[in-house]
Write a protein that binds this ligand. Structure first.
Ligand code: PEP
Ligand code: MG
Length: 577
């Protein structure tokens, strides 16, 4: 039956295709007594082979997208499945207990796990527990005849339906086969949406129950621009969707002609258009979309895509690759911003009732300086290869910035003594905590640049969790309170003679862009897929005329809706996200 699901428009575009449910199947095992021993041993070996072959495929994809180092975990998984001791133990259990292979696998792996749990003073062995869970699931899945879903195993075009999207999911995405994403969880600025936009794939998030309501293989139309999903669409709806897909392709072609242009308003005001990235694998999209630099590299994905802290050398390799590929264009790399909706599972942190207000980002870095220092050293070394800028996230007080800067200076002078080559680096901060926005004039005296992180600034100012769809109505980028804060930051930066950038999602939002241009924002940084659209829009705007729009929005508007109406009257045709 035709149904329409409503969600949040997370990444533009319309696609139709078959649903692929990235949902873990029921892997409960039923104990059975067997009659034919050979058949059971055969089943076990066939499942083993199939599981190894799955992991080989995932490994190949991960190596291609992330490099051999990051794919090493999959070699460990294969070795575990091929461990003669484990194989012999399962065979013995089948033979002695006369049980089905899945029961034997469950018993033997549970015994292994208990042994590993006992080795409390061996962190390496403790980490193998996660690996053991992963391989057991895959093996059991094959024995039960259910394939564990995995993006790397998809070999035809599909729309992925999942509870939530995590960075490691997207590592193995083959863009050729993934048409778009539908998730139960998330808001427009949650990290799952940002990942979809980085991949330039349409997405609807926060549907609450898409995974329950969309059957595997069902035809769906995903409208990432309007934020809805039609399950079992009518013939007419399919025809309309296909037309919209064609229009999108045509628009894309038109925009491509702007790839090598500068970003200049109709009246000649030039701004810098940069892209946000999560990992080095986002670089091709950045270059294809003609970004003039990287305004934000979220380094936490490098930490989240691994099962242990990346070493200084591993980080150096990635930062160098990014800085070098973009040179001579500038690259802003942000130090680790974990916590909030980005926990690091392998770092045993204390439970926090309110992680968005807890030991997040720079707070975590200052509290665990060994991690911070190793990241700074990797960044300092990478600076020799291009134009690097370093930025600290979630700065709330001047004291935090000074402490972070002092640690940076300390690491820099140690490397100077060791004669390690380094480039000039500008050191700036993200303004995403309201206290820092209100005190931006003081910060501007000490930092080299500021970048407004509206994703968090909006959340903290409106006291609305950016990932909670129940309060999404309060998450209002154009609220006059937010605009006043942003305007204040830009003026504070300019009064002190430093540039002000924005790397929150608002920088690529068509309603916000005219306001930000009118306020004099120097740099707009956004998902690569939004760069060309924004360049086209800025080229149609008259920056000087927009100053009066800004005045009215700041001084006369009382609600977000009033601001939207004002912008749409001043710039006919701009659409709200
Ligand atoms: C922001 O808060 O606007 C930002 C860019 O950082 P993140 O989305 O990674 O929190
Ligand atoms: Mg932030």
């Amino acid at each position: 039956m035709r149904t329409m699901l409503k969600g949040i428009a997370a990444s533009d575009g319309v696609v139709c295709g078959q649903a692929y449910r990235l949902v873990e199947p029921d892997l409960n095992v039923e104990r059975r007594t067997i009659t034919n021993l050979d058949t059971e041993l055969n089943r076990f070996h066939q499942a083993l082979e199939a599981a190894v072959s799955d992991i080989e495929t995932i490994k190949t994809r991960a190596t291609k997208n992330l490099g051999a180092d990051s794919a090493q975990v999959f070699s460990a998984h294969i070795a575990m499945l091929q461990d003669p001791e484990l194989i012999a133990a399962v065979e013995a259990n089948i033979k002695e207990k006369r049980v089905n292979a899945e029961t034997a696998v469950a018993k033997v792996t549970a015994d292994y796990e208990a042994k590993l749990q006992g080795l409390t003073d061996n962190p390496y062995m403790q980490e193998r527990i996660t690996d053991l869970h992963d391989v057991t699931k895959r093996l059991t899945g094959h024995l039960l005849g259910v394939t564990l879903p995995d993006l790397a195993l998809i070999d035809h075009p599909v729309i992925v339906v999942t509870h939530d999207l995590i960075p490691s999911d997207t590592v193995s995405v083959n863009p050729q086969y993934i048409l778009g994403f539908i998730t139960d969880m998330g808001g427009r600025t949650s990290h799952s949406s940002i990942l979809a936009r980085n991949l330039n794939l349409p997405a609807v998030v926060g549907t609450q129950d898409a995974t329950e309501r969309i059957p595997a293989g069902e035809t769906v139309i995903l409208n990432g621009t309007r934020g809805n999903v039609i399950v079992q669409p009518t013939v007419d709806e399919l025809a309309t969707a296909r037309r919209e897909m064609k229009v999108r392709v045509a628009n894309q072609r038109r925009l491509e002609s702007l790839r090598h242009h500068e970003t200049i308003s109709k009246d000649g005001v030039g701004v810098m258009l940069a892209a946000n990235i999560g990992t080095a694998s986002d670089l091709p999209a950045v270059l294809e979309n003609g970004a003039e630099g990287i305004g934000l590299m979220r380094t936490e994905f490098l930490y989240m895509d691994a099962d242990q802290l990346p070493t200084e050398d591993e980080q150096f390799d990635v930062y160098r690759q990014v800085v070098q590929s973009m040179a001579p264009r500038p690259v802003v790399i942000r130090t680790l911003d974990i916590g909030g909706d980005k926990p690091l599972p392998y770092l045993k942190t204390k439970h926090e009732d309110n992680p968005f207000m807890g030991e997040r980002a720079i707070r975590q870095s200052l509290a665990h300086q060994n991690i911070f220092r190793s990241q700074l050293r990797a960044l300092l070394r990478a600076s020799a290869f291009g134009q690097l800028r370093i930025m600290f996230p979630m700065i709330a007080t001047l004291d935090e910035f000074r402490q972070a800067k002092a640690i940076y200076d300390d690491e820099r002078s140690k490397l100077t003594t060791a004669q390690v080559p380094m480039g000039k680096i500008k050191v700036g901060m993200m303004v995403e905590v309201p206290a820092a926005a209100l005190l931006a004039d003081r910060f501007a005296q000490e930092v080299d640049f500021m970048s407004v992180g509206t994703n968090d600034l909006i959340g903290y100012t409106m006291a609305a969790d950016r990932t909670n769809q129940d309060v999404a109505y309060l998450y209002q980028p154009y609220h006059p309170a937010i605009l006043r804060l942003v305007d204040r930051i830009i003026h504070a930066g300019h009064a002190a003679g430093i540039p002000v950038a924005m790397c929150g999602e608002m920088a690529g939002d068509p309603i916000a862009v005219p306001l930000l241009l009118g306020m004099g924002l120097d740099e707009f940084s956004m998902s690569a897929g939004a760069v060309l659209k924004t360049r086209e829009l800025i080229g149609q705007l008259n920056a000087h005329d927009l100053q009066s729009l800004v005045e009215t929005a700041l001084n006369s508007a009382s609600t977000s809706q009033e601001v939207i109406t004002m912008v749409q009257a001043a710039v006919p045709g701009v659409l709200q996200k």
